[in-house]
Design a protein around this ligand. Structure first.
Ligand SMILES: C[S@@+](CC[C@H](N)C(=O)[O-])C[C@H]1O[C@@H](n2cnc3c(N)ncnc32)[C@H](O)[C@@H]1O
Ligand SMILES: *[C@@H]1O[C@H](CO)[C@@H](O)[C@H](O)[C@H]1NC(C)=O
Length: 277
């Protein structure tokens, strides 16, 4: 359909590209001149910051259906876990949990947009099988950590690490209300306060590592804690960021590819984050 349109209206198509480029410039310029790092979105042409918005989508199930219809959720397993863990339990009171947007959770942090959570779950699905170990760095609200826990199950391990103590307590309260509560009680799901750049050696090696904040470069301790055959998904960069897929091969060598452009808050020190640097 899009192809046909382009052939019939080449001028309209290139005008549209031109306008989108201007729009992106405006957005990026706004970012640079007004340093409010608490928002998070993907500025690439192929992956716009928002797939839907507004109040038509007022239920968790509707959010999952939207993610499916936009092709972001591709598998039954990812759909199931997002149906079972209600995003509404993880956002601050008064926020709209089911629109496709990141939201401020205080401390200059955000809960990522649903399409980013779904994208990361799809990329990690094969590394989140029952019994496997998963590490969520910058676990924030605990939403994705809870999803990981449900996927790896009671014989696996899902570990969240977060450096803001108030967010660690917030995430534990959220998880206790969710379908992952029994796993938190069992101990197969845990959240720890620490600098996530050091990982969490206690339950290493991990089959899946997710990093929810953008690192200037990939922290070596996280590579070290990845199981051979395992996968890490991590945003890398400063103003321009790429979501990198880091695979550790069975011989211990590393393969890295870029999935898409993204915009996350930085993976940094607690002090720098609270100052908004
Ligand atoms: C964009 S938020 C994502 C949170 C989570 N994925 C979610 O959606 O709720 C990034 C989180 O990383 C945390 N963070 C940043 N740097 C960190 C570090 N060095 N160690 C641990 N957590 C960090 C922030 O406090 C924030 O909660
Ligand atoms: C967030 O960053 C801003 C600077 O952009 C800073 O003034 C503010 O105190 C920070 N907020 C919190 C809650 O740490």
């Amino acid at each position: 359909m899009k192809e046909v349109n382009k052939r019939i209206f080449p001028v309209a198509a290139s005008l549209r590209t031109f306008l989108s480029l201007i729009l992106i410039r405006v957005v990026l310029t706004a970012k640079i001149t007004a340093p409010t790092p608490s928002t998070q979105f993907s500025p690439s042409l192929s992956r716009m910051e928002q797939y839907w918005s507004g109040s038509a989508i007022n239920k968790n199930k509707g959010m999952v259906e939207n993610l499916q219809s936009y092709g972001i959720i591709k598998s039954r397993k990812v759909a199931e876990v997002l149906e079972n863990i209600d995003r509404g339990l993880f956002v601050p009171n008064g926020a709209q949990p089911y629109i496709d947007s990141p939201m401020a959770i205080g401390y200059n942090a955000t809960i990522s947009a649903p399409h980013m959570h779904a994208t990361c779950l799809q990329l990690l699905e094969n590394y989140l099988q029952p019994g496997m170990h998963a590490l969520d760095v910058g676990s924030g609200t605990g939403y994705l950590t809870a999803c990981f826990a449900l996927m790896v199950g009671p014989n696996g391990r899902a570990v969240g690490v977060e450096h803001i103590p108030e967010l660690v307590s917030f995430s534990i309260k959220n998880i206790e209300k969710s379908a992952a509560a029994p796993l938190l009680k069992d101990g197969s799901l845990s959240v720890h306060e620490c600098d996530g750049r050091q990982g969490w050696p206690e339950f290493a090696p991990y089959h899946a590592i997710h990093v929810g904040a953008a690192a200037p470069e990939i922290p070596q301790p996280l590579i070290d804690q990845l199981n051979p055959g395992g996968r890490m998904v991590i945003p890398v960069g400063n103003i321009f960021q790429d979501l990198k897929v880091v695979d550790k091969n069975s011989d211990g060598s590393i393969s890295i590819r870029t999935e898409t452009s993204v915009r996350y808050v930085p993976l940094t020190s607690k002090e720098a984050q609270l100052k908004g640097e």
